[in-house]
Ligand binder design. Structure first.
Ligand code: NDP
Length: 283
């Protein structure tokens, strides 16, 4: 019998904690503010930005949205970020990716003040994560760690396998598991004997972006299976794991939707609160 790791329940617990702390800061005259920048008309990005705005409103966090046209130049975007870096009302700045092709994502991310970089994509924050001296964690891997903690799933000494090595999910996921003393294997598209490596995992994290990629024969009996993937198959949202066939082999598993997805926004709210506390000398 497997345990369903419910991202809706766990993210609600995180958000409740953040909401209470935001309210407490308000009694000290401190507001918490997030600026979200979106450039262009990407429909998925628009949904993400709207969800982030709603979450801010529900938790008492000031949210400012900057919806810029596709034609925005690099200079215009950099000027806006410079202003927000200096704006005392704004604790967190998020630039929704992907950006239109004519804008240099690296340059834009690097222009955000690392202390306001609530996505934790700035090289300073990436470096801090590497050496284990961080205050922001990238939201999706941080959400996975929060789920493991909430469910009392010990990482120390476990064989952890992460499929995927992207900068926003796979690589930081590996570092966070390592910081918790997991024995971590990183897999990617050139990995040989992937199924065999996965069968050795006590904790298996899939961040591939391919529906039904992780099949039951890749999963050890009793493994914890975390599905980061967000895909569409026949118009339906699904993850990277063949959930129906894998669930009975696992001891615990996240569904899609309702798994890691809701955690990502909750951790963004948590990072924005952390930034506000840091800016006000409270941590
Ligand atoms: P990327 O496309 O950047 O990375 C995918 C990774 O999967 C790469 O490292 C790639 O390897 C690896 N991969 C691809 N094919 C194979 C294969 N056949 N065997 C082994 N590894 C393979 O995606 P992201 O990391 O950005 O996202 C991954 C998934 O997570 C997506 O579905 C995305 O939508 C979802 N996501 C979900 C979030 C959430 O909030 N739940 C947040 C962010 C992402 P290589 O490096 O060799 O190319």
């Amino acid at each position: 019998m497997y345990k369903l790791i419910d991202g809706k329940v766990i993210s609600a617990a995180v958000k409740e904690r953040v909401k209470n702390e935001v309210a407490e800061l308000k009694t000290k005259g401190i507001t918490v503010g997030l600026a979200v920048i979106i450039v262009g008309e990407d429909p998925a990005s628009k949904v993400y930005v709207s969800n982030k705005k709603k979450a801010c409103e529900a938790l008492g966090i000031l949210s400012r949205e900057y919806a810029l046209p596709e034609s925005t130049t690099e200079d215009e975007l950099l000027n806006l970020i410079t202003k927000l870096n200096a704006d005392p009302e704004i604790n967190g700045i998020l630039c929704q990716l992907p950006l239109p092709k004519h804008l240099d994502e690296k340059l834009i991310i690097n222009s955000i003040d690392p202390e306001k970089d609530v996505d934790a994509f700035h090289p300073v924050n990436v470096g801090k994560i590497m050496i284990g001296d961080y205050y922001f964690l990238p939201c999706t891997p941080a959400g996975v760690m929060e789920m493991l903690k909430y469910e009392g799933i010990e990482v120390e000494g476990k064989n952890c396998v992460v499929i995927g090595r992207s900068n926003i999910v796979g690589k930081p996921m590996n570092m966070l598991l390592l910081h918790k003393n997991g024995t971590v294997t990183i897999c990617h598209s050139r990995t040989k004997n992937l199924a065999e490596i996965c069968r050795n995992a006590d904790i298996l994290v899939a961040a591939v972006g391919k529906p039904n990629f992780v099949t039951a024969d890749m999963v050890k009996d009793g493994a914890v299976v975390i599905d980061v993937g967000i895909n569409r198959l026949d118009g339906k949202l699904c993850g990277d794991v063949d959930f129906e066939n894998v669930k009975e082999k696992s001891s615990a598993i996240t569904p899609v939707p309702g798994g890691v997805g809701p955690m990502t926004i909750a951790m963004l709210m948590q990072n924005t609160l952390t930034a506000a506390k840091k800016h006000n000398g409270l941590i």
